[in-house]
Ligand binder design. Structure first.
Ligand code: CA
Length: 325
């Protein structure tokens, strides 16, 4: 932590392979000072995610405190994503922290205290929104002290990665996502689709990263090998898709967001077929008389959030390469 850096951030993560790359980007960035890393159950158990976060912090030689948080979604059992990221979330390469242990404070308390101590702080969430929802439930006023909240989650106006309608972070704890989306937080939503297509790290770019011959590049590629295989099976796209690092790139450099617009949004929690679906009021009809009754909670208690529709792909790839040097 460098106290002289003006931009302070808090990272909430269910640390698996793409989260770890995002952590490296933030911990090695000269532009931000990471005040806390809070871990939530998601891709892997909260205990495993905490170990993975601690390993990544050690890899970067950083001293940022790591806090363990919610062990399960608000009201549902955890359904992890070890099928995608490997049993340990990092491609089962045997990565273990050597010395670091988590702080003796729960993530929800760490979020409240860190925001109170750093008004205007920027938060980025890379996993299910359970920890942040718990913090907001305790302290709804916290939203006004948070300068920016980048959320990697949802599949705005497109298909999901877990169900036809839904992206994993929203799907696994939709009740938490709903609390966060219905809050006054200034959210910038980085949906799953932004990491697809041309944003995927290609075979040639993987070779470029390995040719850096750094521990960061080696770790970023090896820990994502299982995920790359799962992604190919899932989408037919070759290479490494990195949803959390794309969100981190936008947090670090807002100019990478090329097309964005603000809308009311909500998440489906009831339906089986569309559980966790991110619903964006793209045409601005939520306030119409026919929709008002079902959108009243969002309209009265929430605010319009920003959805990022397009990012600067070459800027994103450069930011990734820079972080792994
Ligand atoms: Ca994640």
């Amino acid at each position: 932590m460098n106290p002289n850096i003006a931009r302070k951030i808090l990272i909430d993560t269910d640390t698996a392979s793409d989260d770890a790359v995002a952590l490296i980007m933030a911990l090695r960035s000269p532009d931000v000072s990471v005040q806390a890393i809070t871990v939530v159950a998601g891709n892997v158990s909260v205990e495993q995610g905490t170990r993975n976060a601690l390993y990544t912090v050690e890899l970067c030689g950083a001293s940022v405190p790591v806090f363990s948080g919610a062990a399960a979604p608000l009201i549902r059992p955890l359904e992890d994503a070890s099928w995608f990221h490997g049993r340990d979330g990092l491609g089962d390469q045997g990565y273990q922290p050597k010395t670091r242990v988590p702080e003796d404070v729960l993530a929800v308390d760490a979020i409240v205290r860190t925001v109170e101590a750093n008004p205007g702080i920027e938060i980025i969430t890379l996993g299910p929104l359970t920890n942040l929802a718990l913090a907001l439930r305790r302290r709804p006023d916290l939203a006004s002290s948070i300068g920016r909240c980048v959320v990697m989650g949802g599949a705005p106006c497109c298909e999901g990665n877990v169900t036809p309608s839904s992206e994993y972070n929203f799907w696994v704890d939709p009740e938490a996502a709903r609390i966060v989306l219905r809050s006054r937080l200034p959210i910038e939503l980085v949906g799953w689709q932004l990491s697809r297509g041309a944003a995927v790290v290609s075979g040639r770019e993987i070779e470029e990263i390995l040719a850096l011959k750094t521990r960061f590049g080696e770790f970023a590629i090896r820990s994502n090998e299982t995920a790359a295989k799962a992604y190919l099976t899932q989408t037919g796209e070759e290479g490494i898709a990195l949803p959390d690092p794309t969100a981190m790139a936008i947090l670090l450099d807002p100019s990478l967001s090329l097309v964005a617009s603000a809308h009311y949004m909500d998440v489906q929690v009831d339906s089986g077929i569309t559980r966790g679906m991110s619903v964006i009021d793209k045409l601005g009809v939520a306030e119409d008389a026919r929709n008002r009754s079902v959108w009243s909670d969002v309209l009265e208690h929430g605010r319009k959030h920003t959805v990022i529709w397009e990012m600067d792909i070459s800027g994103w790839k450069q930011a990734l390469l820079r972080a792994l040097r």
